[in-house]
Design a protein around this ligand. Structure first.
Ligand code: SF4
Length: 471
């Protein structure tokens, strides 16, 4: 009888489709969506499952996924089964063992722009490449040894892009000359740098589009070959090995030709505009538009989750997309239907104006949903919205883990006790990096107020915003 050795599986406390994690308000089940895309029938299946087996509250995440809160005790297996039956799990052969399904789910951390394939400024459509990469990721058992937080970005040069979210590996389309095959810049532990950014995170090399899937697999294998047991993320390994060394080892392993000349280091992507997640924007096909809105504090109830697919079918192509800003986007809306689609989305409570106070606030689950939370951040964010000064974007975090924000927000209110917060202001330099939870100042910036009530925080935010304007 042949013996098949299984790769070691890193223990994880991250919620997943088949790993429902206990939280203060019940179980937490995370559903990963390839490219952030949700089909109408899947959205309805999630709404039904959330009502039958959980609290009915669905949360959008900063990696364009969603999670069901308040999973009822004893309902975990049935909830996972229903979601898998709706096609929301990893696409692996049914005969594969359950542990392999969990592994395949964990490695599906590939972020695309919500404008992938439709953004009028995109240099290429990343969706076909992403499909190919996801198949490879899901079929390599060795990747079980990666942290479930290990994440990849595939950037097609879209104007609607999140450039402040760090990734373990990032790949960004470069401008191709006529008749030239597209190349992708490669970077480690960060994000592509845009033209206007002062904090450079230069690309290390570039690879042809056709070699990109193999290069990604080679980089992941190389990471697993050389990372020590306590080096879970690429940033950990970079303290010991240079990025150029890691990329060269991977290219050699896969016999892939790289470009490593000075133009690669000097390369910058075009600026991004995250504001395009709000309202209506023309697509690459000028007859069509995408219409986007943000649910207050990133949460949708089952009524909203049932209404969204109806809008997507009535005005678009029957799908909608989640964004890394905890918002939604309905693609392929004909010009004549844009006004109606916007009005209907707004009538569901989605925010279409980037300047609305609640569109400038994000908050983690806080003390009502999480045992680590020192304050009810969701309720406090609603309270703060009543007095939020113009022009400031604020993140309320119940503890230093910063679950609601992968990036460093301009201002962070970090809970110290119920209703009280320390206020941090993002430092313009250096660029914010994901750090350990103990490194609060480096994660959130400079502390400019301590133990503040919400009223005092609003006053200080107003003063800080005015002083920034005066600079
Ligand atoms: S940031 Fe802290 S309090 Fe908020 S959800 Fe995460 S772990 Fe819980």
């Amino acid at each position: 009888m042949s013996h098949v050795s299984l790769p070691s599986l890193r223990p994880s406390a991250c919620p997943a489709l088949s790993r429902i994690v206990a939280a203060r308000d019940g179980g937490l089940c995370r559903v990963k969506l390839p490219g952030g895309v949700l089909h109408a029938a899947q959205a309805l299946a999630i709404a039904d499952a959330a009502e039958a087996h959980a609290s009915g509250i669905v949360e959008l995440t900063n990696r364009a996924n969603l999670q069901l809160r308040g999973v009822k005790s004893g309902h975990e297996a049935e909830l996972s089964r229903r979601l898998r039956d709706a096609g929301l799990g990893p696409q692996i052969p049914a005969a594969q063992a359950a542990w392999q399904a969990t592994v395949a789910d964990d490695v599906r951390n590939l972020l695309l722009s919500p404008g992938a394939g439709i953004d009028e400024y995109a240099l290429c459509d990343t969706q076909p490449l992403a499909r190919e990469i996801l198949v490879l990721l899901q079929s390599e058992p060795r990747l079980a040894a990666l942290s479930p937080k290990f994440c990849l970005l595939l950037d097609g040069g879209e104007r609607l892009a999140a450039l402040d979210h760090p990734h373990d590996l990032w790949f960004a389309a470069m401008e191709a000359k006529a008749d030239d095959e597209p190349w992708f810049a490669i970077g480690l532990a960060g994000q592509p740098t845009a033209l206007q950014d002062t904090a450079a995170n230069p690309a290390l090399a570039a690879v042809r589009a056709r070699d990109l899937p193999a290069m990604i697999m080679a980089l992941l294998h190389t990471f697993l070959d050389v990372a020590a047991p306590d080096e879970n993320r690429m940033r950990d390994l970079l303290r010991r090995l240079s990025g150029a060394d890691i990329v060269t080892r991977a290219a050699t392993r896969a016999a892939i030709e790289l470009r490593c000349d000075s133009t690669i280091c000097a390369w910058r992507r075009a600026p991004a505009d995250p504001g395009r997640r709000f309202g209506a924007w023309r697509q690459r096909d000028a007859r069509l538009w995408h219409v986007g809105g943000q649910p207050p504090l990133g949460r949708i109830d089952t009524h909203g989750l049932r209404a969204l697919p109806m809008l997507a079918e009535e005005y678009g192509n029957g799908t909608f997309r989640l964004t890394p800003w905890q918002s939604v986007l309905i693609p392929d809306v004909p010009a004549a239907a844009v006004a109606d689609a916007k009005q209907r989305l707004a009538s569901l409570g989605f925010l279409l104006d980037a300047q609305a106070p609640l569109a400038r606030l994000i908050a983690c689950a806080g003390s009502t949903g999480c045992t680590k939370g020192l304050a009810d951040t969701k309720r406090d964010a609603l309270d703060l919205a009543q007095r939020l000064p113009d022009g400031v974007d604020v993140h309320l975090s119940g503890c230093p883990r910063s679950c609601a924000a992968a990036h460093c927000a301009p201002y962070t209110l970090l809970a110290v006790e119920a209703g009280r917060y320390d206020l941090y202001r993002q430092e313009p330099l250096p660029a914010c990096a994901p750090l350990t939870t103990s490194d609060v100042a480096a994660r959130f910036g400079v502390r400019i107020g301590t133990n503040l009530t919400l009223e005092a925080a609003a006053q200080l935010l107003g003063a800080a915003a005015r002083s920034t304007l005066d600079d």
